[in-house]
Design a protein around this ligand. Structure first.
Ligand SMILES: [Zn+2]
Length: 268
């Protein structure tokens, strides 16, 4: 019997991470490579800006058609290096069984308390892969539980300020798009590191058809086009809208005079 108070068997890295510097941004991935697919260039961009950025993989991807957990772990390590991440962790939850179950919520909440992210990126809640949907539910509960003083875990409570969803397979119109033109090559290189998943030679899957990577790049090119950039990654905000100090936040290049200028060619 499990109940909300069950103490999960926590992986050994939790204690070490809790003793280290907090992370600003943590992307939670159901399987190694999902965070790269949806948000790899955004993670690289913010690592380059000096943020402490990590990927937290929920499972080892042991049910995947191609590759072994050991090979995928090595590929994930290499991808994190390419993206410039300060950390990459794995909760070793069951591939094929990810969901907001009490012991999984407790394990992920403990990870959030250890990593202390301000912003969490999670899979979008509707997706063809049931683990991606289960992971979205799991993150939602765990991010909430991480901040509850009375949720019984060994580490002090940590409120996650914001959760945004990234897309893996399925998309909807995003709440915002990050201009990732400058780091898109790093995303491509990080995905190249997953030769067991996307490379040729394995059992044919949805992922290792050449079209898969082409469609992904086309999607990111399309998201870029929505904001006038070459490449973009789209996200959906959960729960709360972003704060605008004024509508000028929607016109970032507008001085007060310039803001009055646009429609229909004013005085010149
Ligand atoms: Zn996945």
């Amino acid at each position: 019997m499990h109940h909300a108070g069950a103490q999960p068997a926590l992986p050994p890295w939790i204690e070490e991470a809790a003793a280290g510097e907090p992370f600003t941004l943590v992307a939670v991935a159901p399987h190694p490579d999902d965070a790269e697919l949806g948000a790899g260039a955004t993670l690289a961009l913010h690592a380059r800006m000096g943020w402490r950025v990590a990927i937290l993989d929920l499972s080892r991807g042991e049910l995947a058609t191609n590759g072994t957990p050991a090979r995928r772990q090595e590929e994930a390590r290499r991808a994190a290096e390419i993206l410039g991440l300060a950390g990459r962790y794995n909760l070793a939850l069951p591939d094929g069984g990810l969901d907001a179950l009490p012991e999984q919520v407790a394990a992920l909440a403990a990870a959030f308390r250890a990593l202390r992210p301000r912003l969490v990126l999670a899979p979008y809640g509707t997706d063809r892969h049931p683990d991606h949907e289960g992971a979205a539910r799991l993150v939602h509960r765990a991010a909430f539980a991480a901040g509850l003083a009375r949720f019984p875990l060994p580490l002090p409570p940590h409120p996650v300020e914001r959760v945004a969803s990234y897309f893996i397979h399925d998309t909807v119109p995003p709440s915002f798009v990050v201009d990732v033109s400058a780091t898109y090559a790093l995303k491509q290189a990080a995905l190249d590191a997953y030769a067991s998943q996307f490379g040729p030679g394995g059992t044919p899957t949805l992922l290792n058809r050449p079209a898969f990577r082409e469609v992904l790049a086309a999607r990111d090119r399309y998201f870029g086009s929505l904001i006038g950039a070459t490449y973009g990654e789209g996200f959906v905000l959960r729960n709360r809208p972003p704060r605008l100090a004024s509508l000028a936040d929607l016109l970032p290049d507008a001085s007060p005079a310039a803001a009055a200028r646009p429609l229909g060619g004013g005085p010149s």
